[in-house]
Design a binder for this molecule. Structure first.
Ligand SMILES: [Cu+2]
Length: 569
């Protein structure tokens, strides 16, 4: 039996068991389609005040003005066993929220005080290969690594995390990650218009999950390496089941999915059970041109969203819960039932080696079908919906989750709505030449890009500098969702094709683009069966060839080699 089949059965069995009373309340509440309201909506399940970034301490705001030193180290007394630590003038920050004005010449010394090689990747920033933290250079235990680069990106919610190949997932899971806010004139104008204050009405929310029976350990089983490491305990800013007291005004939330593998379908729900509207202000690489009214957005690993939620009109005592709505995670997806038939001409040409197309009913995907894929495709039809011998340690991807309760506790003056223009975001650039295809597949127990597993010594994909290319990510039907991340370059989503049916109501245009596709992206979720076209401007001012990485940001997939070297030359 392949791991994916095992996973599929486990998830199906978990779903089937969700209403059984003997299950622990937390698992029952989060996993059921219609959970008891007191468990999933309001009331007793939110027990701890949300850890709020402050002047220092855990996730404290650190104003980057000049050089600083950060230590990757074991930390005691924190929510996670590892952290990034800054000690300065008797004050300490752990996993600081770095606040960086655009244009800052950033100088950072990473001090590796953990017992394994590491390096920091500045996720979303446009820097040269040496400063990217891509893992081609590492800091050995006890060693230091010096970075020096200008922060050229537009304002946005970026983040930083380890990138030593093969060790990334474990280090990130044990606590090595932090958020970086780049600031510029447009963003300051928005803050003034919204009347927001950082740390009070402009909040950072970093989401991740942990296993409640092994919070400090990272011990993936074989299944976890295929599906991704999921926890049963959701943390927001390191806090489990958190609440936050708010006033009757609008709040700006910069939400970072720092989970290894979990996708969130984020929404806000009021006491009456209704899903509330909110406004999308920005995505990975900063503000949208215009605010967009939404009711839900998918946020995959490493993606960020910038949202505005208004509690005006709520009565004191009301609460609003930030949730992840239930969704079909499409793990080990086995046929095209979610997807429209492939339109003529939409497919990339099949390989010239005559490999058989993989066929599922009336639909065909190009590329060789492997024994593994065939097993995934057809074997799981027969999986019985029986209970596993023991409860899985993790809650499956796609189960409904309550993440954070906002408690309306004080009456405050109402705040103005977001202005109709947020930023001078240009339209996606026109591209040159044919689309460059990237097939996402599973074979011989490994996730692959264009049938290859990452090899540090392999010839890179070479992109001529200062060209604008279309890249086409094509995910097999027999696959799972992959959040694809490119280092060094923001990109724009041009179109989604053959998307799962459940995305159709969320599309903003006839190109199938979702709300989060309208801004600058560095990570894009590609669902099984789906093709996503993105436009990438490889403008590069750094001298000489620059090596970057394209990879899946499901960290287990990344560590397993779902990664490719890209050389801009
Ligand atoms: Cu993946």
């Amino acid at each position: 039996m392949t791991p994916l089949r095992t996973r599929r059965r486990t998830l199906a069995a978990l779903a089937a068991l969700a209403a059984v009373p003997m299950l622990p309340a937390r698992i029952r509440g989060a996993g059921a389609a219609a959970p008891p309201r007191e468990l999933c909506a309001n009331g007793t399940s939110f027990e701890r005040p949300l850890a709020m970034p402050g002047r220092d301490g855990f996730m404290g705001y650190y104003d980057v003005r000049e050089g600083f030193a950060v230590r990757a180290a074991a930390v005691a007394g924190g929510p996670m066993p590892l952290g990034y630590v800054i000690d300065e003038h008797g004050r300490q920050w752990r996993n600081p929220v770095l606040v960086v004005p655009r244009g800052t010449a950033m100088r950072v010394t990473l001090d590796n005080a953990i017992d394994a090689p590491t390096i920091v990747h500045w996720h979303g920033l446009t820097v040269d290969s040496r400063n990217d933290g891509n893992g081609f250079r590492l800091a050995a235990p006890g060693a230091k690594f010096d970075y020096a680069f200008p922060v050229a990106n537009r304002a946005g919610t970026y983040w930083y995390h380890p990138h030593p190949h093969g060790l990334t997932a474990g280090q990130a899971h044990r606590g090595l990650f932090g958020v970086m806010l780049v600031d510029d004139a447009e963003d300051r104008a928005l803050a003034a218009a919204l009347g927001t204050t950082r740390g009070d009405t402009d909040l950072v929310l970093a989401l991740c999950d942990r296993r409640s029976d092994a919070r400090d350990r990272y011990a993936p089983a074989r299944d976890d390496l295929v599906s991704g490491y999921l926890g049963d305990e959701m943390l927001v800013n390191g806090t489990s089941r958190p609440y936050l007291d708010v006033g009757t005004r609008g709040y700006r939330l910069r939400i970072v999915n720092a989970a290894n593998a979990r996708t969130f379908r984020l929404a806000f729900r009021g006491d009456d059970g209704a899903v509330l509207p909110f406004t999308l202000l920005g995505t990975d690489g900063g503000l949208l041109a215009r605010p967009l009214a939404c009711r839900e957005v998918f946020v995959a690993s490493a993606e960020r969203i910038d949202v505005w939620i208004d509690f005006a009109g709520r009565a004191l005592g009301d609460s609003v819960v930030m949730e992840s709505l239930a969704f079909d995670p499409m793990h080990g997806e086995r046929h095209g039932g979610h997807s429209a038939p492939a339109p003529a001409g939409a497919a990339t040409p099949a390989p010239a080696d005559g490999a058989a197309a993989m066929t599922h009913g009336a639909q065909a995907m190009p590329g060789p079908a492997t024994a593994d894929q065939e097993a995934m495709a057809h074997g799981s039809h027969a999986m019985p919906m029986t209970a596993p011998d023991a409860l899985p340690a993790a809650l499956g991807d796609g189960v409904r989750l309550s993440l954070l309760q906002f408690r309306v506790r004080r009456r405050t003056p109402a705040s103005p709505p977001p202005p109709t223009t947020l930023s001078s975001l240009p339209s996606p650039p026109a591209t040159d030449g044919d689309a460059v295809p990237f097939r996402l597949s599973f074979a011989k127990d490994r996730w692959r890009i264009n049938d290859q597993v990452f090899d540090m010594a392999a010839e890179p994909l070479v992109v001529p500098r200062n060209t604008v290319q279309t890249w086409l990510f094509r995910n097999y039907y027999t696959s799972m969702p992959h959040p694809m991340h490119l280092h060094g370059f923001g990109f724009r989503v041009i179109a989604r094709e053959q998307s799962p049916d459940f995305l159709a109501p969320l599309a903003t245009d006839n190109k199938g683009r979702l709300p989060t596709d309208l801004g600058v992206k560095d990570t894009v979720l590609v669902w099984p069966g789906e093709s996503v076209r993105v436009a990438i401007d490889f403008a590069c001012t750094f001298p000489g060839p620059q090596d970057y990485l394209l990879h899946c940001h499901n960290l287990e997939h990344e560590d397993g080699g779902m990664m490719m070297k890209v050389r801009v030359a």
